[in-house]
Design a protein around this ligand. Sequence first.
Ligand SMILES: Cc1cc2nc3c(=O)[nH]c(=O)nc-3n(C[C@H](O)[C@H](O)[C@H](O)COP(=O)(O)OP(=O)(O)OC[C@H]3O[C@@H](n4cnc5c(N)ncnc54)[C@H](O)[C@@H]3O)c2cc1C
Length: 290
Amino acid sequence: MNSIDYIRPTTVDEAVSLLTKYKEKARVLAGGTDLIVQMRGGRYQLDAVIDGKHIEELNQLTYSKQDGLVIGAAVPCHKIYGDEKIASAYPGIMDSATLIGGIQIQGRASLGGNLMNAAPSADAIPALIAHNAVANIVSAKGTRSVPVEDICSGPGRTTLATGEILVSISVPAPSKGFGARYIRFIPRNEMDIAVAGAGVSVQLKNGKVEAARVALSSVAPTPLFVENAGNALVGKEPSDENIQTAANLAKEAATPITDMRGTVEFRKHLCEVLTRRALHTAVERAREEN
Ligand SMILES: Cc1cc2nc3c(=O)[nH]c(=O)nc-3n(C[C@H](O)[C@H](O)[C@H](O)COP(=O)(O)OP(=O)(O)OC[C@H]3O[C@@H](n4cnc5c(N)ncnc54)[C@H](O)[C@@H]3O)c2cc1C
């Protein structure tokens, strides 16, 4: 077994130069609830683990009605849902942060780590997509901001290049009439991987849908943004019939596999059911906001 350097940078610049030096032989550590398990399982042969938890920007958690929400990449779930203002303004993100693992996991696990781990079953990613979130990425070349739906490129793979670090996730401030929801199906209440999940949002104005977003987990090689399902609702009333059309489009877009958790047919069925239910709740939440 080779020895691994544990390094605790205190600035983003320092972390970036370490990532540039070690290249694919280094990984950033946030809560470690994926990384440590994967290192033990032999997924990575690393020379260095770069702890992001001592970098100010990765620990920021700020919210205002004007500027929206910024979640540092290493902020654990419990801090996010523990803030009442954030919890009520970002209901879909709250749904996902409160069901990742269990209470102990939520004490460590970050949404940044969930996104960078890029599991098709990641619970936070569809909710972040539904909330229109953007990933802020830094490298020696500078900063770039990428919509969350463009981050995952395959199971466990992201579009980040060697030497890049996720610093934070920005989420726009919700307007009046906004509602969101994330739900998943698992055979037991917690500590399991989603058989399928749906993250959705709606923006209502004068009784009609002004904008809507739908994203799915566990039914494709990456969390899936189903743009046409949300678009199908735009300009229409959020009636049962229109919601059903969007749910059918989500079902059509899914390309799941059969495994021990469920068959292709079951997962596609779940996409329709979960999207429909999530949209109904998002609409209810949006009306409560009016
Ligand atoms: C018992 C158990 C139950 C779980 N249940 C769930 C669940 O219900 N739903 C779910 O979605 N997940 C679940 N998970 C997986 C895991 O907890 C989540 O994916 C979690 O959000 C990962 O966050 P973390 O901070 O621990 O990431 P880490 O493990 O620290 O990192 C994850 C990956 O992201 C990379 N990374 C981290 N930060 C950065 C950064 N700033 N820049 C670039 N790369 C970075 C790491 O190198 C690593 O590859 C579970 C895990 C366990 C052990």
